[in-house]
Design a protein. Structure first.
Length: 457
């Protein structure tokens, strides 16, 4: 079964070399050493089997130890050009083009991949997945629980890794995920099909502000020419492999096998199961998973309407009230001994112009958070309680006693416009402090009323 070609997007740049006489044509993608080692060992195994030679027979004729040929064909060791040519001569391969192609693969297999510096912090199976995606022309990913990591914002990725990776590896793995995005989200990158469960777009990960920015990022990426994002709504019920995150890799050469990566769901495991091609009668084969994915794509609508609906829900007054009520019930992380302050940075702006406002949460002297590096990671959520528009401008989070963020408030009508700012603990989503501000339009100018903080705890 040949994988369906993508309906959109272009494959990554590759170098194709066709060789006659041995199994399938050689498709050489010089982008990843591990993948080159994998493909080279497959070609060498096919050559040996075409001559009806056992590994022991090859070792005896070349005066090698049996373990050497086993290591070469298993991919656990690289092969030198001298040893490669000895094998090819034994197998009777004389075509100069094919010999040079295999030699190029052997040389490429010895290079260090771009992700080599992450070997100590990322699970081995995940690095194999990176090798596949670097060479794939089409990537298909189903995620039942979280946003696909190729689409995650950095702060969302850190929150996911905080629960799925060991603490010392979180930062390095987050950096790896973002670098993968930068490499793949290019005009010449692979076509990427994502299907997610509705829970992925509904569950708040990392707090309201983090989730809002993640949804905004998904909305932006949905317009990328190489990306298709669809959602399985709750009303569709269950489906094959509904609880399992998996990725299918397809390659530009139609003779190349599909590759399947089934992610482990064990916390702090980070591993996975790899399969290539496989018998269609095997329910766990890559081809059966591909069939399941096709079925989902036919049933699942575009994710954009649900993304828009959740963005609207999270910025509504009702949602802000729910956050406040939750914090009032579970006041463990509330912030006594801290005060919220607002500062209008420009008092002479006309109606319709953005008004810069700085919002700060300051710990009193002697408070544990006043010590450098002791404060929790915070997000500031803004909710306009009138027709004014509020847009985050810049966040200034750093070591020290204060956390502050800057917003732009734009009002198009005269009158008083009230804005509520909520400081939310990023790890738990619990509100720590709230303050409201009235921005009054009196003619063409705006001024900040001396409004005391409201609703603090």
């Amino acid at each position: 079964m040949t994988a369906k070609s993508s309906e959109f997007g272009k494959g990554r740049g590759t170098m194709d070399v066709e060789a006659q006489g041995v199994g399938r044509g050689l498709h050489v993608t010089l982008s990843d050493p591990d993948l080159q080692r994998r493909r080279l060992r497959e070609q060498l195994r096919r050559l040996r089997e075409s001559k009806r030679l056992t590994q022991r027979a090859v070792a005896e004729q070349l005066d090698w130890s049996p373990s050497k040929i086993i290591r070469i064909e298993s991919g656990t060791t690289s092969i030198s050009i001298t040893d490669l040519r000895a094998l090819l001569q034994l197998y009777g391969l004389e075509d100069a083009t094919t010999v040079e192609t295999l030699s190029s693969m052997a040389r490429a297999a010895k290079e260090r991949p771009w992700w080599d510096r992450y070997r100590v912090s990322a699970p081995p199976a995940f690095l194999v997945a990176i090798a596949y995606e670097s060479a794939a022309s089409v990537i298909r990913n189903f995620e039942p629980n979280v946003v696909p990591n190729l689409l995650q914002t950095e702060e969302y990725a850190r929150e996911v890794l905080r629960w799925t990776s060991s603490p010392e590896n979180v930062e390095a793995q987050a950096e790896l995920w973002i670098e993968r995005q930068e490499r793949l989200l290019q005009p010449a990158g692979p076509a990427m099909h994502f299907v997610v469960d509705e829970a992925v777009l509904t569950r708040t990960v990392g707090g309201p502000a983090v989730m809002q920015r993640q949804l905004a990022r998904l909305k932006e990426l949905a317009d990328h020419p190489n990306i298709r994002l669809r959602v399985v709504p709750f009303q569709l019920g269950l489906h094959r492999h509904f609880a399992t995150p998996y990725v299918i890799y397809e390659f530009a050469d139609p003779d190349d096998d599909l590759a399947l990566y089934v992610e482990s769901q064990a916390p702090h495991h980070g591993g996975g199961l790899f399969k290539e091609g496989g018998d269609y009668s095997d329910e766990g084969s890559a081809r059966r998973y591909l069939e399941s994915f096709y079925e989902l794509e036919l049933e699942a609508p575009s994710a954009l309407p649900l993304i828009d609906a959740n963005l609207e829900r999270m910025t509504s007054r009702v949602y802000a009230s729910a956050v406040h009520e939750y914090s009032a019930r579970d006041n463990i992380l509330a912030a006594p001994g801290c005060q919220a302050f607002l500062t209008l940075l420009d008092e002479d702006l006309c109606v319709g112009s953005p008004v810069p406002v700085t919002v700060e949460l300051v710990a009193e002297s002697g408070h544990p958070w006043a010590r450098p590096n002791a404060r929790p990671s915070l997000d500031v959520v803004s909710v306009p309680l009138s027709s004014a528009e509020v847009v985050p401008a810049v966040a200034l989070y750093g070591p020290g006693p204060a956390d502050c963020a800057q917003f732009h408030i734009t009002a198009t009508e005269a009158g008083t416009h009230r804005i509520r700012f909520t400081f939310v603990d990023r790890a738990s989503g619990v509100a720590l402090q709230q303050v409201e501000v009235d921005v009054e339009i009196a003619g063409p100018e705006l001024r900040l009323r001396n409004e005391p903080p409201r609703g603090g705890f």
